[in-house]
Design a protein around this ligand. Structure first.
Ligand code: KPL
Length: 307
């Protein structure tokens, strides 16, 4: 009964950031009946048309202060390094009861803004749904995955109903009473795959080739030690199998960091390998293989600015 009630209750939702994942969720949430609007960085128009795969267009209202102030949920899907600036454009217009949910790769970005949002219920989500945006008005759902949601503060812990809302819009989504293991496991996968594919400008599947085996093992050895020091139950062999499973399952995809480096865009390296190396340092763990990859990606980014 409660399930039916929750599933049929339309929420007012603002999605901040219309990248591939933000657009996918905005479409799915709107399609399942929620009053969904978009908040975009550059919005000359008051509406934005979005098509998912070959489904009909949905027209979203954009950058409406009225809708923002009425939002039950603000879903922030910008990249980790954009969180601070994106949040500063909307925070003053929010109702104090608005739930703020973050969904991005990497860790550490929420800690940077937490003092400005801790009066709100704060929820964090990590997803393995895959999406690609071939053009500004079109998003493709390129792979089915799982979405884990969990509270980031005590008010956020009380928002487990959101798992029903998200699962109803795009399964599979579930609530974790402790979201940290899911966040760390996703970070671990990103630490192993993203910088290597960015550095070698290869598809995820190529990491399954023998020349990457030794480096992947060394990276995963360090990553496992950091996760264990953070209280996450994991074993090196298990993490290696998980990474190899993702490499195979996404063999034909380019990682998000490969794409960022290819298009000379600011990558998420500080919130992926950077966060891992900082945590390793805190625990006096040698993470020199991860640090070396971190430095190489930073050097590439730096070279664009000095060209
Ligand atoms: O999350 C990813 C990313 O590209 O950022 C992986 C899991 C590596 C899939 O490409």
């Amino acid at each position: 009964m409660l399930k039916i009630l929750l599933e049929s209750l339309p929420l007012n939702i603002t999605v901040l950031g219309a990248g591939a994942i933000g657009s996918l969720w905005a479409y799915k949430l709107a399609e399942s009946g929620h009053n969904t609007t978009l908040w975009l960085r550059h919005s000359a128009e008051h509406t934005h048309r979005l098509k998912l795969d070959d489904q009909p267009d949905i027209t979203f209202v954009t950058n409406s202060l009225f809708h923002l102030s009425q939002s039950d949920l603000l879903l922030i899907t910008v990249k980790a390094w954009q969180v601070k600036e994106a949040l500063s454009t909307v925070i003053n217009a929010l109702n104090k009861d608005t739930i703020i949910m973050f969904m991005h790769n990497g860790m550490g970005a929420i800690d940077e803004v937490f003092s400005t949002i801790n009066k709100h219920p704060v929820v964090v989500a990590t997803t393995t749904q895959a999406a690609y945006k071939p053009s500004i008005n079109h998003v493709l759902h390129t792979g089915y995955g799982i979405t884990h949601l969990g509270g980031f503060n005590s008010k956020g812990q009380q928002c487990s109903f959101l798992a029903e809302v998200f699962n109803h819009s795009l399964a599979e989504a579930s609530w974790s009473s402790d979201i940290r293991p899911a966040l760390w496991r996703k970070l671990a996968i990103n630490c192993a795959i993203n910088p290597l594919t960015a550095l070698h400008q290869c598809k995820n599947g190529q990491l399954g080739e023998p020349q990457f085996l030794a480096e992947l093992k060394s990276l995963i050895n360090e990553i496992t030690q950091v996760l264990i020091a953070e209280g996450i139950e994991i074993q090196q062999d298990e993490l290696y199998s998980t990474v190899m499973h993702v490499v195979q399952a996404t063999a034909e995809n380019y990682s998000s960091m490969q794409q960022d480096i290819f298009y000379q865009r600011h990558s998420e390296i500080d919130y992926i390998s950077g966060y891992l190396c900082q945590t390793a340092k805190k625990h006096h763990i040698d993470a020199s293989n991860n640090l070396s990859l971190y430095n190489k990606i930073k050097q590439i980014e730096h070279s664009w600015r000095t060209e």
